[in-house]
Design a protein around this ligand. Sequence first.
Ligand SMILES: Nc1ncnc2c1ncn2[C@@H]1O[C@H](COP(=O)(O)OP(=O)(O)O)[C@@H](O)[C@H]1O
Ligand SMILES: [Mg+2]
Length: 256
Amino acid sequence: MSAIDLADVQKVFRDRDGRDLVAVDRTRATIEAGEFVCLLGPSGCGKSTLLNMIAGFEAPSTGEVRVAGRRVERPGADRGVVFQQPTLMPWLTVIDNVAFHLKLKGMGKAERHERAKTYIDLVGLTGFERHYPAELSGGMSQRVGIARALLMNPAVILMDEPFAALDAQTKIEMQEELVAIWQRVGATVVFVTHSVDEALVLASRIAVMSRRPGRIREFIPFDLPRPRDVTSPDFNDMKRRVLGMIREESTRKAAA
Ligand SMILES: Nc1ncnc2c1ncn2[C@@H]1O[C@H](COP(=O)(O)OP(=O)(O)O)[C@@H](O)[C@H]1O
Ligand SMILES: [Mg+2]
């Protein structure tokens, strides 16, 4: 059974003037367990909409999304989500932010904190358990968001440009650590990005999306060994190929 099935998924929004806007055009795709798939495409092409349908935040207009064979109808603990802004609760400490879902489930404090501690250690925040969000850097806040998403041990982790707001150096560190975490927990990751470099550093398969109406134009398997050397000829060959594909896409649109 596949981790994620997109069965002819389409999403149509109605804009302010009452016109229909196709955000995601009929899309079929299968993602296998343990893959790291990057959804790569320009701003506005429907990446977040597609991810939100997998997360269960948005319902498809037609078609269906299946996770582990079951139709997605709402968000669930089998899918952890990390957003561009970590949306932490400012009045809670790091450990209580991470453990928040367990509190909702009625788990006692000691047990909750013990569970949360495992993931705080995993994302490299050991020692910051009692800090408040206002005391954290952007990278650290994102680590809290990742720990919170991992806490329920989800089979699928959905990430929407989580490192877009970070400085270049922090971004590189976070990308490396995310790969290490993915290798350790063995989850299926779907990661949205508009950065070709980021997709090439992270993905085991890149889904190149076309401009609106968004659909997955091509899947590119990418099995370069890790950690990846961004200066290697293999890396640059692949980068040339992906950039060529994107350029071709914009030329085609401009001509249409
Ligand atoms: N809730 C919404 N209502 C109306 N239009 C939307 C809504 N969400 C997204 N859109 C539109 O759908 C298109 C795709 O958006 P989005 O999925 O956010 O793109 P991306 O994440 O690739 O930048 C955009 O044109 C956007 O304006
Ligand atoms: Mg988006």
